[in-house]
Each structure stands twice: as C-alpha cells, then as structure tokens.
Design a binder for this molecule. Structure first.
Ligand code: ADP
Length: 623
C-alpha cells in the first residue's frame, strides 16, 4: 500500500550540464523524431528486465503476478500518448539521480565538440549518450512520469518537467508497480497519435523487445529470441534490426557470428562486430555495452565482463546459456566455473571466426582491424594461451602497402627476398613522417619491405613478439642490424678509412656524453646522419611513449650513425684536415646531431638549434 502522507510538490533545478544537454537535444538535433518512442520503450524494457531478474530470487515484491509488458495508449483527438510498463519502477532517489543527470561525465563536452567540428548530431545517436529519455522533448513541451518501485511498501511519485531548467516531484497514490510516461504531442508531432504510425515505429525499432508491447488491446511486436532460431531461418534484415536494437547503433554491423554449442558447455550466442567504433569507444571504454548475458532466454546482465577477455570487448550481442543455476545472481556470474568455460570457448570461436573473415572477406577484416585493432592487438600481451592465433590476425601498414591498407606477418614473410633473414619495422606517429625517415633509405634502395607502425599500441606489442616463423622482428631504429646488401652502388665514393676514423673522433669529442657512440652508417643513402638505439636500448618511439607516461623516465643514450658518402661529411673531413678545432666544423657537427633529434621529435633545445642555424646561414651567405 502506498503511504497516505501527502506532501506538496517539490521543485528541483537541473544541473548546469544537464540544462545545456537538454537545450542541445531540443534545439540542435538533426531530427529523426520517431526515435523518442524507441528510447522510451527501451527504458521500459530495461525496467522489466530488472524486475524479472529480481524475481528469480525474490518473489516478495509488489504485483508479483502482474504480466510483464508495455502498454501504449494513443488518444488521437487529444494528441496524448502514454507508455506504461510493469517494470521495476523508480524511487525518489532514482528520479533525482537517474532522470535528472547526464549519466557519463564528459558527455556534454563531447557532444559539443562534435557540434563545433560541424558534425551533424543525429537524433539516432542519442541512445549512445545515455540521455535517451530526454528525446521525448523533441515531440512535447511537458512530460509527466508516474512511477512506483517494486518494494511492497514503496511510495509512488509524479515527476514533471517542461524540459527547461526545472523538474518537480510529488508523492501520489498509485496502486501498481511500474512507470507510466504521458505527454501531449506538439502540433508538428501529431502524427505520433496515430495507431498505425506507432505500430510502424515499434516494428522498425522495437520488434525484439523481450516483452509484449500492446497498443490498446493489440500486441504490436513479435516477441522472439532470435538467437534461438536456426541459422538458416534468420534473414539478414532481421540480424541487422536485431543488432541495431541491442546496440543503440544506427548503422549496420560489419559482421556477425552465431553459435549453438552443446557438450561440455552449452550456450547459444549471437555476436556482432560494429560497423565503426562508437564515438566514445576509446574515450570511455568502460561505458561500451558489450555482451548481454541471458539464462534460458531470461535477461540476466548487460555488458557482462566475465564473458569475453578485454581485448575482444568490441563485440556486441547476446550469450544465452542453460548451464547457470536458476537463481542466478550477479555474484554467481562473477565466480561461476560455467562462465569461465563459456569465456574460453567463446574466445577460441571468435578467433577462428576472425581468421575466417580475414580469408573470405579481407575488406571487412581490414575495416575491423582499423576500427578495433588498437584494442584487439593488446591481446598479444594479455592472452598467452591464444597468443599465436592473435599474432596471425595482426595487420600492419608497410612501405609496400598503399596508405590505409595493411598486411599480416605471414604475407610479409611470403614476400621477403631469399637473402632477407629478419622482419623489419619502424615506429612513429604517422605514416607520412615515417616514410621520410632517413633510416628507411637503405631499405628502399634495396627493395626491402619495412612495416610502418603508427598506432601507439604497436610499440608495446611488436617488440614483444620477438620472432615470427623463425625470423626475428627488428626495429630499424636499432644499431645491430644485419645490413649485408651492398649499399655502395651509385652512392658515390666513401671517405677513406683514415680520414673517416679521424673525423668520427672529432664527432665523438664534440658530442661528448650526448651520445653513446658515433659510427659509420651502412643504412643511409641520401641523409648525412641518423640516430639509432644501441643493441639493448629501446626503440625510439617506445622510449617516447615511456617518457610521456612516466616523467622520471630518462631513457638511454643513442648512437649517431654518419654517412661517409655524403657531401657535407666529406666537406667536414676537409675542414678537419685543415684543423680539428675549426669552430665551423664543431658547429656543423652539433647542428647535424640536433637535426637528427628534431626528425625524431626529440629536439631538446629549439632555441639553440635555431640560433646555431642562423650563424651557419650567415657563414654560408658571406660574400
Ligand atoms: P539510459 O537509459 O541510457 O540510462 P535514459 O536517460 O534513457 O538513459 O534513462 C535514465 C535512467 O532513468 C535509466 O537508466 C533508468 O534508471 C531510469 N528510467 C528511465 N525510464 C525508466 C522506466 N520506464 N522505468 C524505470 N526506470 C527508468
């Protein structure tokens, strides 16, 4: 029974962030107004799932026997729409905390950023931002929500808002559990007071709601668990609609995988790779709603983290098992050995599926790799049981792929020349900069392919692979490369040994402890110098990342390689012959060293660099 205490209505102000969000929704959404109905039905369905889940273990709730359903009433003449559910309802705190706030922090800034960039904010995106309820203000000026939570002694409330700055809450009498949302449609939205229009929207977006949706007395949806149907009976269209329904995505999925496993572990699964990474995927990975867990067609939990290893959590979909106990609770899903078994089986099935996708639909695989590679690749270092399989699925751009296209290590090895013993890679911020790196000169000249690693994750995983198909993976940033191909052809005369030795001594003296060593280079063709790491040193990109993450990290010293065929080096040798203390000689050496630092994005003092360059220019332009 509802308590009889009657208080007057209390007024609340939305937080500033919410107000701005509301303003945005009402005024700036590129509108597809019908979305509001999908959002309200989806909220009702969530509330029904919550009460059904609670009743698995606790039948002592208000209206324990009520039908779990959604009822929509349409008053065509008065243009009033109401949507009721017999779900879990809301307490006063829920109304204040959940309805009055933007769920995920930073959402507003993110939406604004999108807008500033000139992106059209599509109403269909609203579900992704966790403010779906407010889409109702696209079609009405005032919403009344009446709700009563499931505890037998709960109080019922009426919440009201015009979508401006405020909302009110008052205590009311309401006998049944659940929530009713009602509102008068704005004139331009009168179409939604037509039965056929509402039915059409339900068929389009809400056909997969797990509970009956009634319009008047008529059931408007076909309640079915799609993943229980045999593969051949499911149409592509149904799959796409189902995906959109469970994912809040408005685009089609990239690919899907359906499983029906019986034996040591029993479960059915219907999983999808999204067409693109959702806008907030890499920003708030924890908000990404991955796989839903069902037990015998009953919804147990959304975003069930126990079902998939982290590096596969870009999949969306459902897993339904008969193996969990009937009174399953969250604690059970966290500790059950059944869950661990499902996770193992799912992981190997997914990896096999991805392998297949790579073979049969390389273009789709490429898309997957581009969108979700940054997460997927981390599996190399976190899932040791499947490491080899994951490595086969990695894709990288290379000096021989077009920008945006990538290859596997297998493909790389297949195209290697006979005399090539190692797999080469170079890492940096983006492809264009990498392609101009002097260290590539030798490889270009000798037609040797080099992998171009430009994703931050790459520097953490690739060096850890060590070997593929018995070939070592080597950063061409390292000094100990086996560069046996002849580099002397058409690159001019090299300095003779004595002159070279003497000049390198001057380099060492001038640079002092800025470098670990100075050596003659085998890899440079058109550039005068480059910096590389010692045998045990880190790859330069890796070192840069470490410095970014850890302020105290100082890194190791680098080795300067000098191109003994280069004009400027030969000039320096001449100056050296005349006198090794010539200031021009010393200045040029420092300038060359800092140019190499600059190219790596590691220049310590741009001021000194520019001042010295100006001096050198003055020298060079002397009449
Ligand atoms: P989201 O559904 O993404 O969390 P919404 O703005 O649509 O964002 O809803 C906010 C919250 O309000 C929901 O998470 C839920 O807790 C609550 N809510 C909305 N509608 C209902 C309903 N019909 N029954 C119970 N709770 C609801």
């Amino acid at each position: 029974m509802a308590r009889k205490t009657k208080k007057t209505s209390q007024e609340f102000e939305y937080k500033a962030e919410m107000k701005q969000m509301l303003h945005l929704i009402i005024h700036s959404l590129y509108t597809n107004k019908e979305i509001f109905l999908r959002e309200l039905i989806s909220n009702a369905s969530d509330a029904l799932n919550r009460i059904r889940f609670r009743m698995l273990t606790d039948k002592d709730v208000l209206d324990a026997d009520a039908e779990l359903c959604i009822r929509i009433k349409v008053d065509k003449d008065k243009h009033i729409l109401s949507i009721s559910d017999s779900g879990a309802g809301m307490t006063r705190e829920d109304l204040i905390e959940r309805i009055g706030t933007v769920a995920s922090s930073g959402t507003l800034e993110f939406v604004k950023q999108l807008q500033d960039q000139g992106s059209q904010i599509n109403a269909e995106m609203i579900g992704q931002f966790g403010v779906g309820f407010y889409s109702v203000f696209m079609v009405t000026d005032e919403v009344v929500l009446e709700t009563r939570a499931a505890d037998k002694d709960s109080q019922a409330y009426r919440w009201k808002s015009d979508g401006g700055g405020k909302f009110t809450i008052e205590e009311i009498e309401k006998a049944e559990r659940g929530t009713t949302i009602s509102f008068k449609l704005k004139k331009e939205a009168w179409e939604f007071a037509e039965d056929y229009r509402v039915k059409h929207i339900i068929n389009k977006y809400s056909n997969f709601v797990d509970f009956p949706v009634y319009i008047g007395e008529e059931k408007a949806n076909t309640v079915e668990a799609l993943w229980h149907k045999p593969k051949d009976d499911i149409k592509e269209e149904d799959l796409n609609e189902f995906y959109k329904f469970i994912s809040n995505d408005y685009q089609e999925p990239l690919a899907h995988l359906q499983l029906n496993l019986e034996g040591a572990v029993n479960f059915k699964a219907l999983l999808f790779i999204p067409g693109t990474a959702p806008l907030t995927f890499y920003r708030n990975p924890d908000d990404f709603d991955s796989v839903h867990l069902y037990s015998n067609k009953i919804f147990i939990q959304d975003n069930c983290k126990e079902l998939l290893p982290e590096y596969l959590r870009f999949f969306k979909g459902v897993v339904d098992t008969e193996d969990l106990p009937l009174n399953v609770s969250r604690e059970v899903t966290q500790s059950s050995p059944v869950m661990a078994k499902i996770k193992n089986t799912l992981t190997s099935k997914i990896l096999a599926f991805l392998k297949d996708l790579g073979k049969k639909e390389p273009e789709k695989f490429e898309k997957f790799s581009k969108n979700f590679g940054p997460l997927f690749k981390s599996g190399v270092n976190s899932d040791f049981n499947n490491r080899d399989k994951i490595i086969e699925l990695l894709r990288f751009e290379s000096t021989k792929t077009e920008p945006g296209k990538s290859i596997s290590l297998k493909e790389y090895v297949r195209r290697m020349g006979e005399e090539q013993k190692e797999i080469y890679f170079i890492s940096g911020d983006h492809r264009e900069a990498l392609e101009k790196n002097p260290k590539l000169e030798y490889f270009k000249k000798n037609d040797i392919e080099v992998l171009l690693l430009s994703e931050p994750i790459d520097v953490f995983i690739v060096p850890s692979i060590n070997e593929y198909d018995k070939k070592a993976l080597k950063s061409i940033d390292k000094a100990d490369l086996d560069l046996s191909a002849d580099n002397s052809k058409d690159s001019g005369e090299e300095l003779n040994e004595d002159l070279a030795k003497s000049l390198i001594e001057v380099f060492k003296e001038t640079l002092g402890d800025k470098v670990e060593d100075v050596v003659a280079s085998k890899r440079l063709v058109g550039s005068a110098v480059t910096l590389v790491s010692g045998k045990d040193g880190m790859d330069s990109q890796m070192e840069k990342m470490m410095k970014m993450m850890n302020q105290g990290f100082s890194g190791s010293k680098r080795i300067l390689e000098v191109n003994l065929r280069h004009g400027v080096i030969k000039n320096l040798s001449r100056l050296n012959l005349a006198g090794s203390t010539d200031p021009l000689l010393r200045k040029t050496i420092l300038q060359l060293y800092e140019s190499a630092e600059l190219l790596e994005g590691n220049l310590q003092s741009p001021n000194d660099f520019v001042a010295r360059m100006t001096e050198l220019l003055q020298e060079a332009t002397k009449a």
